[in-house]
Ligand binder design. Structure first.
Ligand SMILES: Cc1cc2nc3c(=O)[nH]c(=O)nc-3n(C[C@H](O)[C@H](O)[C@H](O)COP(=O)(O)OP(=O)(O)OC[C@H]3O[C@@H](n4cnc5c(N)ncnc54)[C@H](O)[C@@H]3O)c2cc1C
Length: 410
C-alpha cells in the first residue's frame, strides 16, 4: 500500500500540452516584445491558445473556460509561470483571475453578463482596490466610505494605494466601508466600478524597486495611487451584498496566494535550469563549475526547496479537491514559496557571476520583482501569526500540533 502520486491521465495530458505551449510559443514570443507593441504579440498568441482550447484554466466550461479542478489547475499554473506571457496568453493572469473568481462566485446575473463576460473573453481587464495608505496588512483599517444615495446609487470617498493594473483596467473591484457600526469584519462591501471614471482618479503609478521589461507598464499596469472622490456607483454594482466585502476579499486573496506560489515554482524552475545550463558550460581555474562540490551543494539546496514547494502545492490541491480546509497550509505555502523563489533566483544570479547581475538575462529583473512576494496577499508576519495561533490551538485540542503542521492526512 502506498500514497498514489500518479497524476490522472487527463491532467497529465493537459500539463504536457501547456508545457509545450509555454516552451514552443510563449518563451520565444518574449523576444518579440523588444521590437513589437504588446497587442501585436499577445493578440495572436491568445488567439492561438484559445484555438487549442487553452483558455481560463479553472473557469467552468459553461463560462468558456477549461473547467479544471484544483490539481489540474495547479499543474497548469506551475508551467505557465515560466514565461511572463504564459498566464496572459491563457487569460489567467493576476490580478484579473482572482476578481473573475469573485464575480463568478458572488456576482448577480446582471454583473456576470455585463462585467464577467468581457473579462472571460479577454476583452477587458480588472483591478482590485482594497489596500489604502491608511491600511494594508490590517485591511479592517480601511477608511474609504460608501454611503447610500437614495436607492439607486452609492457614493464612495477615500483613497487607494498599490492597486495593481489600475491604469490598464477597464473596471475595478473596490472595497469600502458601508456600516461603521457593524462588527469589524462586516463593515465593508465590494463594488464594481467602471473605468475610467472621474470619481476614481489615478494620481500616479508608484515607482518601485522592480526592474521593468518591455511593456511591463501595460502587462502589469503598474501599482497605482488613487483618489476616490464622490464616486457614484449604481447599487446594482454592489457585489455579494452589503457587509460581505471582507470575506469575499479573503476568498479572492486565498486563490491569489496559491497562484503566486504556483508561478513561483515555475519561475524558480526556470532559474535553476538557467543555473544548470551555465555551470555545465563555464570553467574557472581549469574546472567546470558543474564539477565543483560547492556548486553542486548550491544547486542541491535549490532543488530541495523546489521539491518541497511542489509537494506543498500538490498536497494543497489534493485537499482542495476533497473540499477540505486549506487555510493553514495556504499560509505556510505562501511564505515558503515567496522565500524559495527569492533564494533560487539569488543562487542562479550568484552562479552566473556578473552576467547574473547584468540585465542580459532575466534573472536580475525577476530578483527585483519577486521581493514583493513577501508583502503581497498579506505579509509574512501576518501569516506566521495566524499559523502560530493554529499550532497552539491544535495542541490544545488534540495534544499534538500535527494537524497544524501538514500532518492531518499523514
Ligand atoms: C507589488 C505589490 C502589488 C500589490 N497589489 C495590490 C492590489 O492589486 N490591490 C490591493 O488592494 N493591494 C495591493 N498591494 C498591497 C498589499 O496587499 C499590501 O502591501 C500588504 O497587505 C501589506 O500592507 P502594507 O503595505 O500597508 O503594510 P503594513 O500593513 O503597514 O505592514 C508593514 C509591515 O509590518 C509588519 N506587520 C504588519 N502586521 C503585523 C503583525 N500583525 N505582526 C507582525 N508584523 C506585522 C509586516 O512586516 C509588514 O510588512 C500590493 C502590494 C505590492 C507590494
Amino acid at each position: 500500500m502506498s500514497i498514489d502520486f500518479e497524476i490522472p491521465a487527463e491532467a497529465k495530458a493537459i500539463r504536457e500540452k501547456v508545457r509545450k505551449w509555454v516552451h514552443d510559443e510563449c518563451i520565444p514570443a518574449e523576444k518579440e516584445l523588444d521590437t513589437k507593441p504588446l497587442a501585436e504579440v499577445l493578440g495572436p498568441l491568445r488567439k492561438k491558445a484559445r484555438a487549442q482550447g487553452l483558455w481560463c484554466p479553472w473557469v467552468p466550461k459553461e463560462y468558456g473556460g477549461m473547467g479544471l479542478g484544483p490539481l489540474a489547475n495547479a499543474l497548469v499554473q506551475m508551467e505557465l509561470g515560466e514565461s511572463m506571457l504564459g498566464a496572459l496568453s491563457m487569460n489567467t493572469q493576476g490580478p484579473d483571475d482572482a476578481s473573475m473568481m469573485t464575480i463568478l462566485a458572488h456576482g448577480t446575473e446582471y454583473q456576470k453578463e455585463k462585467f464577467l463576460k468581457p473579462l472571460l473573453n479577454g476583452d477587458k481587464r480588472i483591478c482590485f482596490s482594497m489596500t489604502e495608505k491608511a491600511a494594508g496588512a490590517d485591511a479592517t483599517g480601511m477608511q474609504t466610505t460608501a454611503v447610500k444615495d437614495g436607492n439607486e446609487n452609492y457614493v464612495l470617498n477615500g483613497e487607494k494605494w498599490f492597486s495593481s493594473s489600475a491604469s490598464v483596467a477597464d473596471m475595478a473591484l473596490v472595497m469600502a466601508k458601508t456600516d461603521p457600526n457593524a462588527p469589524r469584519h462586516k463593515q465593508y462591501s465590494t463594488f464594481l466600478v467602471e473605468l475610467p471614471n472621474p470619481g476614481y482618479k489615478i494620481k500616479r503609478n508608484v515607482a518601485n524597486m522592480a526592474l521593468e521589461g518591455p511593456h511591463d507598464e501595460v502587462i502589469h499596469g503598474g501599482h497605482s495611487e488613487i483618489e476616490i472622490r464622490d464616486l457614484k456607483v449604481p447599487a446594482d454594482n454592489l457585489v455579494g451584498g452589503e457587509g460581505n466585502g471582507f470575506a469575499m476579499g479573503q476568498h479572492r486573496l486565498a486563490y491569489g496566494r496559491l497562484r503566486h506560489g504556483m508561478h513561483n515554482v515555475a519561475k524558480a524552475q526556470r532559474a535553476l535550469d538557467m543555473a544548470a545550463a551555465h555551470v555545465t558550460k563555464r570553467s574557472t581555474f581549469g574546472t567546470l563549475l558543474a564539477d565543483r562540490q560547492a556548486v553542486q551543494f548550491m544547486l542541491a539546496d535549490c532543488a530541495s526547496e523546489l521539491y518541497i514547494g511542489r509537494l506543498m502545492l500538490l498536497h494543497i490541491a489534493y485537499k482542495a479537491e476533497k473540499g477540505m480546509d486549506i487555510r493553514q497550509e495556504n499560509s505556510i505555502a505562501k511564505i515558503f514559496h515567496a522565500h524559495m523563489v527569492h533564494k533560487v533566483i539569488d543562487t542562479a544570479i550568484q552562479l552566473h557571476g556578473a552576467l547574473g547581475f547584468s540585465q542580459d538575462t532575466p534573472l536580475a529583473k525577476w530578483y527585483t520583482q519577486v521581493r514583493a512576494q513577501r508583502l503581497v496577499d498579506g505579509p509574512d508576519e501576518v501569516h506566521k501569526w495566524r499559523i502560530g495561533k493554529n499550532v497552539i490551538k491544535a495542541f490544545r485540542e488534540h495534544g499534538t500540533t500535527a494537524s497544524a503542521a501538514g500532518g492531518d492526512l499523514l
